[in-house]
Design a protein around this ligand. Structure first.
Ligand code: AMP
Length: 443
């Protein structure tokens, strides 16, 4: 079964799906949809970009249509929990698109916005409630929401929810749901904390793993640019001179850093928006929409705020700062090269971040080639102790493509298939270059 037409979906749902341009199912959809339709609990190890939202929402809609449950005041028949407002909104938008020819009631409950309209929307009861845990629990505690009739529970991006400290809220919410329900849990990674949660809330689940981190990362043409910390802003200005970087998502580690980069882009006359936790929901949504429609060329984001960003055609992800968690790196670069498109990532790495980079390379089980062709490369090298350079496992001789940042995005990586990493070609790696590097290191 590879096509949506094979699933026996309700004709109105199928019509909306086909109108949305979907034809073939993605791997997670092929595996998950029949299991969910069959009424089984499910663990899906999958990231955003794999089509996981449709993988759970299409069978969920189908089951809501064919099931006998009814909406109850203040209640929901299906509850979808997501870690961030952005992801919750994204899921709601997808569900609204799939259910556009149906009369299902769907609503959103999340923090950072007035609770009044949310309470009002919940009063008559809904079919599908998409919520972030904190606000949901708050409204449950105030008796504005009653989830004693929930038939279906979905936890999306469970690993991130736990990272964000939502475990207690989630447990309290689930304690108020009926025991007999169907539960689906999706997570990009499966650390023991998530497995423990899964074991405590799922009943004999079917497990599906798609796109392990390394596979997703393989699709993105990744490079690292060595640069002193104090030169990153100039490097950013330099790489953005290349107009092939047309829709660029820039990541910083902190909200403050995101603001600073956005301000710098403004000064350079490069249209940008910023999303992070200190921005109001409206401001975040506007920045995201402007980026999505191409009104702005760049969007600066922190990891948490960027969860759930689903923008087609992101040409480049720039890691202005290297994340200290390898999983964040995988998530960040997974915002490009979506749905089979080409995508590239450029990671600005200063001396202090080399340890993070090594951890990332271990996680993705591949070396990220160094892009030497930029004005700050030798300064970046000079900044690092020689021993660090040798730590990379091949005497510091990483593959370095001889081209400008951003060009040649079509190639998934620079390594001909089957060629071991240690023998990777290094077009720009003549002896002269190496000597230059040694001089710089010992300078
Ligand atoms: P997700 O992983 O749910 O965030 O989905 C990633 C993107 O792929 C979204 O823009 C979806 O609309 C799109 N998508 C999901 N399933 C399919 C499909 N079977 N065919 C084409 N696009 C899809």
């Amino acid at each position: 079964m590879t096509k949506f037409t094979d699933l026996g979906l309700n004709a109105s749902v199928l019509r909306a799906v086909l109108e949305g341009g979907y034809e073939d199912m993605t791997p997670i959809q092929k595996q998950a949809i029949p299991v969910v339709l069959d009424g089984k609990d499910l663990i899906g190890v999958a990231q955003t970009g794999t089509g996981k939202t449709a993988a759970f929402s299409l069978p969920l809609i189908q089951k809501l249509l064919t099931g006998e449950g009814k909406r109850a005041p203040k209640g929901a028949r299906a509850l979808i929990l997501a870690p961030t407002r952005e992801l919750a909104i994204q899921i709601a938008e997808n569900i609204q698109a799939y259910a556009k020819y149906l009369h299902l009631r769907t609503t959103l409950v999340y923090g950072g916005a007035s609770p009044k309209p949310q309470i009002k929307a919940m009063a008559p009861g809904v079919d599908i409630l998409i919520a972030t845990p904190g606000r949901l629990l708050d409204l449950m505690n105030q008796k504005f929401i009653n989830l004693s009739q929930v038939e279906y529970l979905v936890l999306d991006e469970a690993d991130r929810m736990l990272d964000m400290g939502f475990i207690r809220d989630i447990q309290k919410i689930i304690a108020q749901l009926p025991k007999s329900r169907q539960t689906l849990l999706f997570s990009a990674t499966m650390p023991t904390t998530v497995l423990k949660l899964a074991n405590s809330i799922l009943n004999n689940p079917h497990r599906i793993d798609v796109a392990p981190a390394a596979t997703t990362a393989e699709k993105v043409d990744q490079h690292v640019l060595l640069v002193p910390k104090g030169r990153k802003r100039e490097l950013l200005a330099h790489v953005l001179k290349d107009e092939s970087l047309s829709r660029v998502l820039i990541f910083t580690r902190t909200k403050h850093g995101a603001n600073k980069v956005a301000k710098q882009l403004d000064q350079l006359g490069i249209s940008s928006g910023a999303i992070h936790g200190n921005k109001s929901q409206n401001a975040r949504q506007k920045a995201l929409n402007d980026f999505r429609t191409g009104e702005t060329r760049t969007l600066v984001a922190t990891d948490v705020a960027a969860r759930g960003i689903d923008v087609d055609g992101v040409t480049h992800v720039i890691n202005f700062e290297i994340p200290n968690e390898p999983e964040s790196y995988v998530h960040r670069i997974g915002r490009t090269a979506r749905a089979g498109a080409a995508g590239a990532s450029l990671s600005f790495c200063d001396h202090d971040e080399r340890g993070f980079l090594r951890d990332i390379e271990k996680t993705i089980r591949q070396q990220v080639p160094v892009l030497e062709d930029h004005p700050f490369h030798l300064e970046g090298i000079a900044n690092a102790p020689a021993s660090q350079d040798n730590d990379s496992g091949n005497n510091g001789r990483r593959g370095a493509p001889n081209r400008r940042a951003g060009s040649g995005r079509q190639k998934p990586n620079n390594r001909p298939s089957g060629q071991p990493k240690s023998q990777r070609s290094r077009p720009n790696s003549g002896g002269g270059q190496r000597n230059q590097r040694r001089q710089a290191v010992s300078a």
